[in-house]
Design a protein around this ligand. Sequence first.
Ligand code: AMP
Length: 416
Amino acid sequence: MSFTSLALDPTLIKAIKESGYQEPTPIQRDAIPAILAKHDIMAGAQTGTGKTAAFALPILQQLLSNTDNKSVRALILTPTRELAQQVFKSIETYGQYTPVQTALAYGGVSINPQIAALKAGVDILVATPGRLLDHLINESLSLEHLEYLVFDEADRMLDMGFKDEINNILKRIPTKPQTLLFSATFDDAIFKLSKTLLNEPKLIEVSERNTAAAQVEQIVYTVDADRKRELTSFLIGSKNWRQVLIFTRTKQGADALAKEMCKDGLKTQSIHGDKSQGARDKALSEFKEGKTRVLVATDVAARGIDILDLQYVINYELPYIAEDYIHRIGRTGRAGKEGLAISLMSPDEEWLLTAVEEVLDTRLLQQWLPGYEPDLTKKTKPTKRSNSGANKKRARQQALGQERNKSKNSNQRRRR
Ligand code: AMP
């Protein structure tokens, strides 16, 4: 199937061709006709599947018939600033030969240029929930002409505690927009949200729900916690990996590891929610340009980041929220390319691996790397608690609570 057979406007086809896309990805093949046929959709697709073009192209196409540039007619909500920037850039690329105007609104930066951009006239707005609400409350934005509403990475938006913001935003939308919900994972909360949002949605699933990208090889190394850093540097150095994204659970952990890796002679930076937007942007672009070899990130900061040709992801610590594992390893193996995801599991983290395996519905092979075998004579305390279902649920709630507080704090910071 070609893009031409999707009946897209020649201006869009030209931009797609220049981006080097030969044919639609599965999500694009399924979602574009459904969106053009005016269906609400609920799509299960991870970042890396081409989902941005899957919603951006049909929205651009439909806005083309009448670009008034006076009111926001399409709103795309993303959980993080990084994802908002990325989606904005993609829409600018796909729509470069059209008169459609796109703007970006996220927190952590001055609101005034955003107000000026909105005043100048915008068709599509890409925004994070907190800052969008600021604009609605300030009346620098009205959604009275909204025709398209997209929730990108809806699962993450809920995980980050944006439910109240979402409800508040929905109350301020007087129209009944065509609504498109994209989520990498599905659980009861997503289904509940979809019920309030979507009208007879078409369900589009390109990969099995809650599965990791098939082209990502997954390896689990069992290693003592106090030897993880050494093993990480060894892997990167001995295998000469050029670009490696490492995940830690905490901001402090990310900073400390980045510092240690630098001491090991590996140019490393960290990104997390406590860093200024400028610092996060800089770290990310230096990583993309190859100026830094290793980027250490927390789950929130790394969400949705699109790094072209990223081959290696290391889970320095397994996530407390098992679904995050899928998001983490989804940073590699994108758009059909191969990737390798290595998890470093200390013996006290085994219950977290069990939770990941439950979500994946598959067993992951545990291995020891010669020279880094765990010392089984050492007594290990479980990371948090034992491996019972109730305890795992509590850990998840606790982790979510921490994320929620973080995002609320960052909203408060943004408002100041
Ligand atoms: P996304 O899932 O939207 O973040 O896209 C992941 C990556 O796939 C991005 O680098 C896109 O530029 C790329 N991409 C999207 N659609 C296609 C396509 N049809 N052919 C090749 N690459 C694509």
